[in-house]
Design a protein around this ligand. Structure first.
Ligand code: GRF
Length: 218
């Protein structure tokens, strides 16, 4: 099976991007990263992409008159790279329906909560404010609404006594780094398939879509 070509969109640190790059190092991983795109000049993740020898580009919203022009530029650079799937990894923009529909079921996102709870910004503070005992992270197919779309995989992570948004975020991030490559693997091997508003998992593979670790990671 040939490796699925991925483009990764980032805005900052790029630790999820790095976890995908690391997974792609394995000969048995069914994907390869052909492009990293940042909307933020000098994003930390760009240096990581450079170090890994991955083609990268910066496309700034402020250089375009409107959102559609900006998204058309994103679309062009991704198509030129030959990428077949787009992974949003800390990309701090909501892509419009025009773009999302062009890449129907081909855009993935990772969000640091158990969706559909706590969409949007300040996710960890939202979880703490709600007093939940468990939070987690979700990889989902992107639909035009914010943090919405069919769920591929989730990990459940405990909220500990005395947690702050930072400590919870750090604990969840460890699981994100396991979860994102797993979601990509499932989709690229065909073990996971989008069917309507849900993701169907191949018979007998259901257990890999939920990762539960009740012991505090940190
Ligand atoms: C992650 O927590 C991700 O879930 C969220 O933004 C953060 C990005 O971190 N969407 P990084 O840039 O991957 O390190």
């Amino acid at each position: 099976m040939s490796a699925t070509k991925l483009a990764i969109f980032i805005s900052g640190r790029g630790s999820n991007m790095q976890s995908i790059l690391d997974a792609c190092e394995s000969d048995t991983f069914p994907a390869e990263v052909v492009l990293v795109v940042s909307d933020t000049p000098g994003a930390e993740g760009l240096a990581k992409a450079e170090k890994a020898g991955i083609a990268h580009a910066t496309i700034e919203r402020s250089n375009y008159d409107d959102k559609q022009d900006f998204e058309d530029a994103l679309d062009r650079v991704v198509r030129e790279s030959g990428a077949e799937m787009i992974c949003l990894a800390g990309f701090m923009r909501v892509l419009g329906a025009h773009f999302v529909n062009k890449w129907d079921n081909k855009i993935l996102n990772i969000h640091p909560s158990l969706l559909p709870s706590f969409r949007g910004l300040h996710t960890h503070q939202q979880a703490l404010d709600a007093g939940v005992r468990f939070s987690g992270c979700t990889v989902h197919i992107v639909r035009p609404a914010l943090d919405d779309g069919p769920i591929v995989v989730q990990a459940v992570v405990p909220v500990n006594e005395g947690d702050t948004a930072d400590s919870l975020s750090a604990r969840i991030l460890h699981y994100e780094h396991v979860l994102y490559p797993e979601a990509i693997r499932l989709l690229c091997t065909g073990e996971a398939k989008v069917v309507g508003d849900k993701v169907d998992i191949a018979k007998g593979r259901w257990q890999v879509t939920g990762l539960v670790n009740p012991a505090p990671f940190i």
